[in-house]
Structures are given as C-alpha cells and as structure tokens.
Design a protein around this ligand. Sequence first.
Ligand code: GLA
Ligand code: ZN
Length: 676
Amino acid sequence: MEYSKVNNLLHGGDYNPEQWLDRPDILKEDIRLMRLANVNVVTLGVFSWSSLEPKEGVFTFQWLDDIMDWLYENEIYTILSTPSGGKPPWMVKKYPDIMRTRRNRVRHLYGERENQCNSNLTFRRKVKEIDQELAKRYAHHPGLVMWHISNEMYGECHCELCQQNFRQWLKQKYSSIETLNEQYWSNFWSHTYSDWDEIESPAPHGETAVHGLALDYKRFYSDLSIDFLKQEIEVVKSFNPEIPVTSNMFHLNCGIDYHKLHKIIDIASWDSYPKWHCGKDKSTDWSQAISAAFQFDFCRSLKSQPFLLMESTPSTVNASDVCKLKRPRMHLLSAVQAVACGSDSVQYFQWRKSRGAYEKFHGAVVSHNGSAETRVFRDVCDVGHFLNQSSHLKNTVTKSEVALIFDYDSRMALLEQKSLKNKNKNFDEIALQHYEALMKNYVSVDIISQDWDYSSYKVVIAPVLYLFKEQTANKIREFVKKGGTVVMTYYSGLVNENDLVYLENPPAGLQDVFGVESEEVDSLCDDEDNIVNWNEKQYRAIDYCDLIKANQAKVLAKYGSDFYKGLPALTENAYGEGNAYYIAFHSDGEFLFDFYQELVKHNKIQRIVDIVHCQDVMIRERESEDNKYLFVMNFSTHERKLSLPGNYSSYRGKELHNHKLLLKGYEFAIVQKSNN
Ligand code: GLA
Ligand code: ZN
C-alpha cells in the first residue's frame, strides 16, 4: 500500500491552521506560499483536539473541512492525524485519571502532551469517539492520503490500573508465580513473590534490583502503547481500509519496541533532528550525518521499503542546549540525505511559526513576518524544487547484503543490568561505530532485530548482543552453517530473554560455532588502553577486553599488554559452509574500518562504489528495476574530489565530468546509471 495519489516525492509538514482561524488572510497566503515552495502534502490535526471538540461531545469540523478542501483544490494532499497526542483541559478536569502516573507514583496534573495513561478506558473511549468522527467525515475525502496515528508515542505510566494490566500480562507470560520467581531469580535478597498482586512495577523508592522485572515492565508498556495505537488504527481503517496508516517514530529510547510497532502500520515514518554544526570540529558534520543515517536505515529496514521523513526542522529547533541555525546548503544536503537513505519525503515541523506558547521560536518554513523572502523559505523552496525534479526516485529501494543487529530487548537489558562501565556502557556508540565503519567502506546496511529473518543477508553483525532469545543461538548457527558470515563481539550471548544468565560461558549455545568461549570481561578506565596487533598494524583496545579461550578458532590477533597479554583478541572459525568472527575488544573506529574492509573483500560483498573512502563523503544508493542512483554527499566545509568508476551520468546536484566530481562544502551530486 502506498500514498499513490501523490505522484512525486512528498514535500510538506505539520500544518496547524487552527492557530490562525481568525486570520483568513494568513490562511490564504499559506496556500500561495505552499505552492511557491512545491509543497504537495501537509499533516493536519496533530494535537488539534481542542479545536475539534471544544466541549465534550460538541464537534467543530467546519474549519478542517474548509482547509482540507482548499488544500485539495490547490493540489495539496492531507495526511490526517488523530489528535490523541494532546488533550483538552476539560477532559482532564472531568476525568483526572486519564493522566499518566510517573515512576515515583505521582500523577501528572493537566499539562504538556503525550502523557496519558494507555490503560485508561475513559481516554481510550474518548480517543475512539473522536477518531470515529474524524474517519466518518474524512476517510473518503479525495485529498486524504494517509492517517498519522497519534504523535511520537512514548513513555510509561505506573498507575494502579497499569499495575493490574501488568500482572495480567505477567500471568500470560509465565503462567505460574513459581516460573516467574525462577526467571527473576527472586529469592536473592528474599524477593520471592508468593502472589501476583505483590508485584509492583519498578519505582525509584521501590523495586529497582530485579532486572527481569524492569525489563518486563518495559516490554509490557511497549505492548500496551502499541495496543493503544492499534485501537486507533482499527477505527480509521474500518471506514476506509485503503488509506495507509503511519505513526511517527523518533527516538530509540522512547519505550516503544519499533520492531513490534512496525507490524501494525503500513508505512514507517521518522522525525529527525540532528544537531548539525554542533560537533567538536566545526569543519565537519560527519558524525551527525552518521547518526542521522543510522536512524534512517533503522526506520527503512523496518518495512524493507521506503519510509517517510515525517518531521525535520527547516532551520533550528528551540529546546536544545544550543539552538543552532543550519548553515547555507545544509538544509538541502540534509533533505537529500534523508532521500538517499530511503525516504520518499521531506517534511517539517512546522509550516508557520506559532505566535505564542512553547514552540514559538522553533524553526518553521514561514517566519513570524510571513515573508517569502527569508533565507529559510528560499532553502525550503530549493528542497521543493529538488524533490519536484526527482520523481524517478520515488519507490526506489535500497538493497543490503549486510545486516546489523540492534535489538530492543538486548539493549534495554544491557542498560538495566549492573556491570561493565555503568556510567555509560556505550552500547549505542558501539553499534554506531560498526555502522560507521561499513558506511566508510561504502557498504549498504540494514538494521534489524535478533528476531529478523537473516536468510537474505551474506553477513550479520551482532555487536554486544548481550541477550539471546530462545531461538537466537539456533538462528545464528543455521545461518553460518548455510554459508553466512557472522561477526559477534564481547558481551554477547550471556542471558536469556528474562536476563537470567546461561550456565555456560558466552556466547551461550554458540561456543562451537565461534570456536571460542569467554571467561571474564575487563572494563578499562577511561584513561587506559590495551594494544592489539593485526595485519601488521597496531590498534587500541579501549573500554572492554573480553578474556577468551580459543578452542577451535583460529587466532587472528592477540592482546599486547596487561596480565592477559597473549590472549586472543580477534578470532575466526569456519563452521559448516560459513564463518564466525569474534571481536573480543572494543576499539576505536580505525580497527573496525580495516576489519570490515577485509571482510567485505573476503565475502565479495557488493560495495555501493569501489573507491577508497573519501573523508566526510557519504555515498548511498537507491535503485529501481531500470536504474541505479548514487547519492554522493559532502558533509564537511572543505572541498572534496572523487572519481567514480562506472558508467554514471549526472542526475541532480553537482555535475559529473569525465568520472570526476568536485564537491564544495555541503554540496552533493546524484548520478545515475542504467541497471540493464
Ligand atoms: C517533535 C514533535 C513536534 C515538535 C518537534 C520539535 O518531533 O512531534 O510536535 O514538538 O518535536 O522539534
Ligand atoms: Zn496507567
């Protein structure tokens, strides 16, 4: 299912005209400016509940009717949001228990947004009613292209009703209290439960020591939130199943397992706010570009199809420590990057700057003075022009032979448990380093969970896969047996899905596949390192050194100092038709870059382009049946020169001359070649 009514890549963003209903001149001007900026879609209705139901049961849709009609008459489509991300004060005055109770067991007063209790039946009923009204009225509107369900769902509630639902969820999962006690290892410190109703969700002044419980509460609440969204989806779909739904995602720490959420939506969408120009070295935005690309690839991989960039800022945010403006050319470059990584849209928060309230100084396409002559408006027009000219890119896909496992359960469990460097276990940074090393080798990567099907990949990478679910060891074994290559690191395969430690050395269930077993892991102080020599080069080992025994594996590199000098640091093991590599130490990026360079060669992984890494230049690919498009993007302020082998011709951006590209600071080029 796709937003096929819009022929082009989508350009637009959050539009909240209810702020300006007493200014018809402004509303009229909005449409003129949208057309000027090549906007073809807007998202209406995000947080609009007060304007749609100002009093309980009194619905006021006329303004929305008018706006949707005007937009449509002007060839601007609507993504319509359900308003459940915010709620009107009358509702909380009448039903105070719809508000979320925090971990400290204090219930929120009315205020802010996205802070309801997802168990609360009154809130669910209210949401259902308003969604029904909306869907009844607009599900067949010719301008409607998609439903946007709620907004950036996140967080958790700890009210009594949520506790009851949690206990039900636990009963379903464990069947008996004995099994739960066993999995939680609760007789340690005498925490054995004798009845379900003794179980309370974690609290700062209560239970924080039973890691299985903490993990289960996160899973329970993620399931509950997804169920909440599912209810909304069922309502809107019941009026017209043809309209696709999305729910904008935004943060890997938001408490929702996106690897589950994606199953109930048709199109994945992401809100992206990189901190451009805020790195230590102001001449490069490479590290911001890498983390933005990681998130895009995560989102793209969820449905193995193009995703939508649902929100971004055309200039600055308003709530960061430093609210920096995008430097000239960065707006277009960051928009191109989203498309390069698989987005079929560039959309903003928000269209016109609010006059008051929390986000009045957040960047918007149209500023307070309403002018089309601003730098930001011109930047947005440039993006509109680019998207309008690039319709061939819509629906093109990204193919990857390599997958990186970035798993919600394992990540949550690792952050919760006590060991390693508790202040900052660096898990996200570690995953990013592996990803960056692949990006610098110009290799395309999918980002998946451990539950994914690995069979379409040649290489699967599992950095710090601490938690192994029941089937994971077997899946990895089968994958390698059939010829796959797996790269795993220290601190992988230690516990089961409830954080209960396996009674064997890690990697549990896979010692024979990797040919190694881990006995201990050393955490290094920030000012310490060890040395690893590999392929006649010396690398630093930092943060973590796994002390492993190589049983059958071939030792490729050893530690160079400390009491474990001489122990294996890097191993390779042939198993079945495949190969299993174990990286025992954490390194800086240099080792990973060299390691993956070798691995890619050895496994004949298709590189996006076969050239040496050009500093600060990200290269990505999208393809259709007929064409390949290469996106070459310079994320530094310096000029970069490249030579592209192959028969490419210029498509957009800087022109290719005789295989050569010259990109000034923040410039890009898109080149194409025929697939036939
Ligand atoms: C989020 C929200 C928007 C807006 C932006 C500001 O992504 O969804 O409503 O608050 O942040 O950056
Ligand atoms: Zn609750």
